[in-house]
Ligand binder design. Structure first.
Ligand code: ATP
Ligand code: MG
Length: 417
């Protein structure tokens, strides 16, 4: 029997046989698991960035609850640590303890009223390693961006000009002598009772205090309310975020309505540690990142933090459930949609686990998938994800190495007896 010859362009064949045509992504780096179209699947954002395959090293992991997102991230960190990379994790559920232990350290557990504090206004690293040491313009801008993001999140709306001006004045007035960093506590005190500094923006102190009242009360929650004692004062002496492995356990506030604000403070505090990392490749994980990203101002801050971190050799990994978690995605053309698009385009590695049918089309569109690939997203079993790296697609089954089960088991709490 003779089969008639059929000719097609590679573009058409790529659509008819997705995945088949892609060459292996890399032959070195971290082994993720099995490429379901043959061979092992390896990924190394640092090497791919250096060789120009990726224009940024960031990664977003999407997927429904319990699909294996955190398991992937934990083993990914574990395997990167074996290659000598720094690992920094923001852990809202308190599930990275076994990873920290396996890497020879213990999580830093932050809790309201607990013994440990981090100052989110510590001098953030400038654009280049060893740059701005905390007195320059860049530092002032980053601190103001953090305060504006926190305030807008607390108020649930964009800030008025007078509120922005009040933050600027309070920040300047809260700056202690001797090059030390201001604290949130001082900033809130200055907002509640502005001093002479009000004249900088041409206002009387009473008028400025009136205009800043809502912002002051919104931020006060982190300083006096039920969330006090975590991010309100100077960093506890001896506490360093510059270690090889840093896990910040925020599980004490996982159910707080202010989780997004608290994660933002933690991201702010980490910015100061990039300088000490000295440009060493670092994987920074924000698990449960949807809690930060559903607020526009906070999503913007995170996006700018990603850009800043890249100059210091940091690859950011954010874990969310679905595309609509990204700044609530927003309607086409809206500011929220632009921030979501920005975050996606700043993350050239997208790992998509199983999605609900209603979300799959949106994910397909945002990730640039073919219709066939998007449909597949609804049928992926636990542990299998579609990796989209620099515009190429790979269907990958994440595999655990012997001994790694203990790092990833989050079903423990569901087991009886
Ligand atoms: N590749 C895998 N091989 C074996 N077991 C896995 C794998 N991936 C995940 N699991 C198991 O599935 C369970 C749920 O995984 P995990 O906690 O990573 O899900 P998740 O997507 O992060 O969920 P959530 O959205 O609730 O945070 C874990 O107990 C883990 O042991
Ligand atoms: Mg998880």
């Amino acid at each position: 029997m003779r089969v008639p010859v059929h000719e097609a362009t590679t573009a058409q064949l790529g659509a008819a046989y997705p995945f088949v045509a892609n060459p292996p992504l890399a032959d070195r780096g971290v082994v993720v698991g099995q490429d379901l179209h043959g061979g092992p699947f390896l990924h190394d954002p640092f090497a791919l960035y250096r060789s120009g395959v990726l224009t940024n090293p960031n990664m977003i992991v999407l997927g429904q609850i319990g699909r294996g997102k955190s398991s992937l991230v934990k083993t990914y960190c574990y395997r990167h640590a074996a290659l000598g990379r720094r690992v920094v994790v923001l852990d809202p559920k308190g599930e990275y303890g076994p990873l920290a232990e396996a890497l020879g350290t213990r999580p830093i557990r932050l809790a309201p009223g607990g013994p440990l504090r981090l100052n989110p206004l510590e001098a953030p690293a400038g654009r280049r390693a060893g740059g701005d040491r905390g007195t320059g313009e860049e530092t002032g801008r980053r601190r103001l961006a953090l305060l504006a993001g926190l305030s807008a999140a607390a108020l649930g709306r964009a800030l008025h000009p007078v509120e922005h001006a009040a933050l600027e004045v309070a920040l300047a007035e809260a700056l202690p002598a001797g090059g030390r960093a201001p604290t949130l506590r001082r900033v809130v005190a200055e907002l509640l009772a502005p001093g002479e500094g009000a004249w900088r923006v041409g206002l009387d102190g009473g008028v400025l205090a009136e205009g800043a009242r809502e912002v002051a009360l919104g931020l006060r929650r982190l300083v006096e309310g039920e969330l006090r004692g975590m991010f309100d004062d100077a960093t506890t002496s001896g506490l360093s975020l510059a270690g090889d492995v840093v896990v910040l356990d925020l599980s004490a506030v996982y159910h707080s309505s202010a989780l997004g604000a608290l994660l933002t403070c933690a991201v702010g505090a980490l910015e100061a540690s990039w300088r000490e990392g000295g440009g060493r490749p670092t994987v920074l994980v924000v698990d449960e990142a949807w809690a930060v990203l559903d607020d526009l101002a906070v999503a913007r801050f995170l996006q700018s933090s990603w850009k800043l971190a890249r100059a210091h050799g940091v690859a950011n990994v954010a874990v969310v459930h679905r595309v609509s978690d990204l700044a609530s995605a927003g309607s086409a053309g809206s500011v929220a949609a632009k921030v979501a698009e920005g975050l996606l385009s700043d993350s050239e590695t997208l790992v998509c686990y199983g999605q609900a049918p209603a979300e799959a089309a949106l994910a397909g569109e945002a990730l640039g998938l073919t219709a066939r690939e998007a449909a597949l997203l609804t049928r992926l079993r636990r542990g299998v994800a579609l990796w989209r790296v620099a515009g190429r697609s790979y269907l990958v089954e994440h595999r655990l190495a012997p001994g790694e089960e203990a790092l990833v088991d989050t079903d423990d709490r569901l087991r009886v007896g």
